[in-house]
Design a protein around this ligand. Structure first.
Ligand SMILES: Nc1ncnc2c1ncn2[C@@H]1O[C@H](COP(=O)(O)OP(=O)(O)O)[C@@H](O)[C@H]1O
Ligand SMILES: [Mg+2]
Length: 372
């Protein structure tokens, strides 16, 4: 199946990822129909149509399926039954099976380890006794996480000494949980990979991600790390896409350990915040690549014509800087159309480009981010 211009791409989820996908789809001549529970969502503002209904509303989902040619998503926490309903009526890309793996940290880790890919050491935790056993086996510090519904560090607790276990266990739901050994990482990196309906796989260069309060703050493209390590990261992401028989786009988050080994942290079968730099530094962005894969179009190479730094704009503090961002030469500004700048809410981002190979070091980056 390859969609002709004028076809309708259905996107589940109405956030900024859907907004930027919808803009990429429009450029290729497609119409986008958003399905999300909120009125006036960032994606709906730039889409041809929007259904506002809960993700569990089967009648609304059935009408939506009838109005679109293919379904994709920008949001992972879609109920299984809702996806099954959509998949019974229209192609869903990436497949519901892939989403089910990425929705559940335990399935995700089992899948990755079964593919021969290393993760942080982990144990499933069903109850308090299970947590005590997991702590004894993995040692501390460790991170206790919910298996479902986590994002931006929510649904996680750090265990530093055995006394932390009881409180953390009581605070986290739903169960089961997963305990992960704390990785003393040198850097966090990610790779965006796409696979087309014809099986062709393309991967963008690996980038470094720096977080603030568990929310992505900066992405450096390419990651300032040895090239062998970056090509290994790319090969791992391709391998995962192939094993999943992905049709669509996938973000692969990894830790680089102190001894330069790679551990996969999590996968996300959708555009990813750490791929926003591709909008400005690549001829074909992650959003266009996703739309091409979902629409059955050929995938062009994921080439990069510039180095880039992407800075997220989060909450009221960063949005107060918006006029200065607009007034600073060289910053490429992106606003997500959200009116309420709540604490921790991603409101926009900006990118600064550098000639290929000229990404500056730490001081240079600080300088490049300075506003007028
Ligand atoms: N096992 C771990 N060791 C070290 N740091 C971790 C570990 N798990 C998570 N983190 C840190 O917390 C961040 C968020 O965790 P992650 O599992 O990616 O959840 P999410 O992105 O869904 O909130 C990671 O990017 C990393 O900085
Ligand atoms: Mg993450």
């Amino acid at each position: 199946m390859s969609l002709a211009p004028g076809a309708v791409i259905g996107i589940i989820g109405g956030g900024q990822l859907g907004r930027m996908s919808a803009m990429a789809a429009a450029r290729l001549g497609y119409r986008v129909h958003i399905f999300c529970p909120e009125a006036d969502a960032p994606a709906a503002q730039v889409a041809a149509a929007c259904t506002v209904a809960p993700y569990s509303d089967h009648a609304a989902l059935a009408r939506f399926a009838g109005a679109v040619d293919v379904v994709t998503f920008e949001f992972e926490n879609i109920p299984t039954e809702s996806l099954a309903l959509l998949a019974s009526r229209r192609p869903v890309r990436p497949s519901p099976e892939i989403l089910a793996i990425s929705q559940d940290r335990l399935r995700e880790k089992r899948f990755l380890n079964d593919c021969g890919i290393a993760t942080a050491p982990w144990r499933a935790v069903e109850d308090a006794d299970g947590l005590a056993r997991a702590v004894a086996e993995l040692g501390l510090p460790a991170v206790l996480k919910t298996t479902r519904l986590g994002y931006d560090g929510k649904g996680q607790a750090m265990l530093r000494d055995p006394g932390d276990a009881g409180i953390a266990f009581a605070a986290l739901a739903p169960r089961p949980l997963v305990l992960e050994g704390l990785v003393d990482f040198a850097a966090e990196i990610s790779v965006m990979v796409a696979r087309g309906a014809d099986g062709a796989v393309v991967a963008y260069d690996a980038v470094e991600n720096r977080h603030k309060h568990h929310i992505l703050d900066l992405t450096l493209a390419p990651a300032p790390l040895p090239v062998e390590l970056l090509s290994e990261a790319g090969a791992m992401a391709r391998h995962i896409a192939e094993k999943l028989e992905l049709v669509g786009l996938l973000g692969v988050e990894m830790f680089v350990t102190e001894i330069d080994t790679l551990l996969v942290n999590e996968i996300a079968p959708r555009p990813h915040n750490s791929g926003h730099w591709t909008l400005d530094a690549c001829p074909v962005s992650q959003f266009e690549m996703q739309i091409r894969a979902v629409a059955g179009l050929p995938l062009p190479p994921a080439t990069r014509h510039a180095d880039a730094v992407m800075k997220n704009l989060v909450g009221p503090e960063d949005m107060a800087l918006w006029p200065r961002i607009l007034a600073t030469p060289g910053l490429i500004a992106h606003h997500y159309g959200k009116d309420e700048a709540r604490v921790g809410r991603k409101m926009g981002h900006f990118t600064r480009l550098f000639p290929r190979g000229a990404l500056p070091g730490a001081f240079g980056i600080e300088d490049a981010l300075r506003l007028r």
